[in-house]
Design a binder for this molecule. Structure first.
Ligand code: AMO
Length: 432
């Protein structure tokens, strides 16, 4: 057997027992007659002690010949030692070198040595051997799982929809075209049209987690060209509040789960999380502009709120839901406010100065939807498959989407969203 125990499963009470641990050579310390091999596995580190004379010379030689980050499996006896990390060490009886690592390493795995993000991504598998990096992806995993867990408990069904599509949803300029047999197709920017069509199916509440692709040219610390969206759509809502209650619940639950499940990872990242309490503060777009004005940030009514505005708003209220946006800055499917069509029932969720999610109640009337598309110079013919769903019984509905990497970036307190993606895609990066 290559492994009987992970490092975290062994305690000083194992004194005298034989175990087999396996992992990477994190460090070799040589102090004359004694050699220490620090072995790292998924759970932490364990110290192997090799004293000349106490163990076979061949084992000492094997340890001496090991390069850092080589993969080994070590069988030996656990010895209680209060001076060793974890209160024990292992005296080896057998060392199996499973894969020798080349030296020098292209990326330092020592946590005290900082490397450029670009080099880190080039050698992500080495980068992930550092606990402050793997902590991010363990937290991301809990964010993703708890999103699903919360919504499933609320009666949502997990749905899967295509990523190869024929039409734009969030505006036509940032689509990646692909060749699809004899036709042109695109990589999906959002599962929007499909989740809306599902509202005409009787499923009522769906959730989707999917990669999305946006050919945005700007190179920022908050945008990726491929990211993961966590979406919901819910039918039979009276207004946008029918979907907002789920965003409050989901975000509150995700934070609670991360605090509960990722204590160690949060500690490694030096993060203390404040769990956002329900209900979240809501301001209309117009009220938000007034708050910003008092802070000396003037935004013309009808313009989008820039990142500096989002940061300033969160200094006043965190988290914050900004509702009732000007119709013209939101997507075509957003429901205009009856009687005041300059405003629509769209919203954004801001946390720690960043847009985490956006959504809206949707137009569910076929004729209004077609005329809204025409007003925006969109060709309804390109959306026939979608529009048809509004002809045969489409209930009122609303939904939203949380950017998984955005939320991970905020929860982990990262400097760049690329750190929340294993292999990010940006303007200049297509490999690895
Ligand atoms: P929107 O375009 O606002 O809305 O996207 C929803 C959320 O996805 C995240 N996000 C991104 N994350 C990283 N890089 C990007 N380039 C990027 N673009 C978006 C953000 C954002 O809040 N169909 C609508 C949602 C809906 O109405 O249900 C949509 O896609 O966190």
């Amino acid at each position: 057997m290559l492994r009987t125990h992970y490092s975290s499963q062994i305690t000083p009470q194992y004194d005298g027992k034989t175990v087999t641990v396996a992992g990477w050579v994190a460090k070799i310390r040589d102090i004359g007659k004694v050699k220490f091999l620090i072995l790292r596995d998924k759970e932490g580190e364990v110290q192997i002690i090799a004293k000349k004379g106490d163990i076979l010379d061949s084992l000492v030689d094997t340890i001496t010949s090991l390069t850092r980050e080589s993969v080994v499996s070590v069988t030996g006896k656990v010895i209680k030692n209060k001076d060793a990390p974890g209160g024990f060490e292992i005296v080896p009886e057998k060392i199996n070198v499973l894969a020798k690592a080349e030296a020098p390493l292209p990326l330092e795995t020592d946590p005290n040595i900082k490397s450029e993000l670009d080099t880190r991504i080039n050698f992500r598998y080495l980068d992930l051997r550092r606990k402050e990096v793997s902590a991010i992806f363990r937290i991301k995993d809990v964010v993703h799982r708890s999103f699903i867990k919360y919504l499933e408990a609320e009666g949502f069904i997990l749905a899967h929809v295509p990523c190869v599509v024929s039409a734009a949803t969030e505006g036509g300029t940032n689509l990646f075209p692909i060749s699809y047999f004899e036709n042109e197709a695109f990589l999906s920017q959002s599962p929007q049209l499909y989740k809306q069509m599902l509202m005409a199916s009787g499923l009522d509440k769906v959730l989707i987690v999917t990669p999305v692709f946006r050919a945005e040219e700007h190179n920022t610390t908050r945008h990726l060209n491929e990211s993961t969206q966590m979406d919901i759509e819910v039918a039979f809502v009276e207004d946008e509040q029918g979907a907002l209650k789920y965003i409050e619940g989901a975000v509150n639950f995700i934070y609670k789960e991360v605090v509960k499940e990722c204590k160690e990872q949060l500690k490694i990242l030096g993060r203390t999380l404040d769990i956002p309490l329900v209900p979240f503060k809501q301001l209309t777009y117009t009220e938000a502009l007034d708050v910003l004005k008092k802070d000396g940030i003037n935004i013309k009514w009808g313009d989008d709120i820039p990142p500096e505005g989002e940061r300033a708003l969160c200094k006043n209220f965190n988290p914050l839901l900004v509702t009732k946006w000007p119709t013209d800055v939101r997507a075509f499917y957003s429901m205009p406010e009856p009687g005041n069509e300059k405003i629509c029932r769209a919203y954004d969720l801001l946390i720690d100065g960043m847009e985490i999610s956006s959504g809206a109640q949707r137009i569910h009337n076929y004729n209004i939807l077609v005329s809204e598309m025409k007003r925006r110079k969109m060709n309804p013919k390109n959306f026939e498959f979608y529009l048809n769903a509004f002809k045969y019984g489409m209930p009122p509905h609303a939904g939203w989407s949380i950017g998984l990497e955005r939320l991970t970036y905020i929860i982990c307190g990262l400097k760049n969203i690329r750190e929340a993606m294993l292999w990010p895609r940006d303007r200049t990066r297509l490999t690895p």
